[in-house]
Design a protein around this ligand. Sequence first.
Ligand code: SF4
Length: 384
Amino acid sequence: MSLCNLNCTYCYMYNAGDDSYRRQPKRMDDFVRDALLQRVKAHGTNYGITTFDFIFHGGEPLLAGKQFFEQFVRQASVVLPPQVEPRFFMQTNGVLLDEAWCRHLGSLGIRLGISLDGPAPINDRYRLDHQGNSSFRAAERGLRYALESDSLINQPGVLIVIDPTTDPIEVYDYFQSIGVDVLDFLLPDATFDHPPLRISPGDTSYADWLIQIFDRWFMVSKRPRIRMFDQLISLIIGREVTSERWGTGNNEYIVVETNGGIEPSDMLKICGPNFTKTNVNVHTHELIDALGEELLSLHRNSHQKLSPVCQKCPIVAVCGGGFLSHRYSQQSGFNNPSVYCWDLLKLITHIQNRVYTFLPDEICQEADLAPISYEEALLVLADK
Ligand code: SF4
């Protein structure tokens, strides 16, 4: 959906200076859907890709209506097998979610993620509707429906955008108190031209915020899944992780707009008006050709195409330069470390040291894991 029932002030789709959504159809029509499914089938068949994940995103995807999802899933299940098995996911703000929606999404096998930033005073700093009213009550009600529903096929994960001026433990305890077992945290969209909010200039307030939660989370045996920490620990002990935000792997996803336009990560919209617009479309291009388009290719390989500073970084195999969008400046394009570099360095070295202390010596040796000091890592980066 190229439309939303909320108007979150930090939203990269609608409030970051890119108004290309005004020229988009609000909803993907049947012709675009069918062309997309044919491209996916051809791609899967040609390259031996046996599963393909569709993530319904927005805007707010629930605004598309129940019939849209029913027809999409039915059509995909007719067109794609046996070569490709489709899987379905959705990221929603939860405001419209009720038991009928949970039953519907569950019956279609669509897995759910919900965006909510914390209890009302924290969530409503940014997540407001178009009249400037609170979204908390409706979104929390939707989340509770999803948590209590027997129909959904997964326990919904909650995605939280970090505000470093809030109390991280208050946020963590709130989600624990309502029974959320899967969490993830997101650094706000930012570039060097639109830097993130800081408590004081040059601080590491995002790392400090996350470290408070990590320390509380890591030391207890019964804890929620926190995707961000799970991924970092996996990378630190040498496992492969495919993620847009870190690691060394490729970004294996694309965005298909409601008009069929094929684009890289929509987070790149923060870089400027029309920044993500390409000349590739599901009506005219195979997915393999789209992947060769300049920005799509850069996004796909963003953890290999790094700035000189990142290339000498002692934790580059874990950090991978962070999100591509966070490296952007009008002056030097993407040839920068992340605008969150010091936060990433501090968070990752902190977690690495905790994991090192916790694991037996043999496992640390096998994983080639050693303690690392944030201050020493900073000196490596500063060394000309
Ligand atoms: S911590 Fe900074 S220098 Fe190191 S890889 Fe990440 S962004 Fe690059």
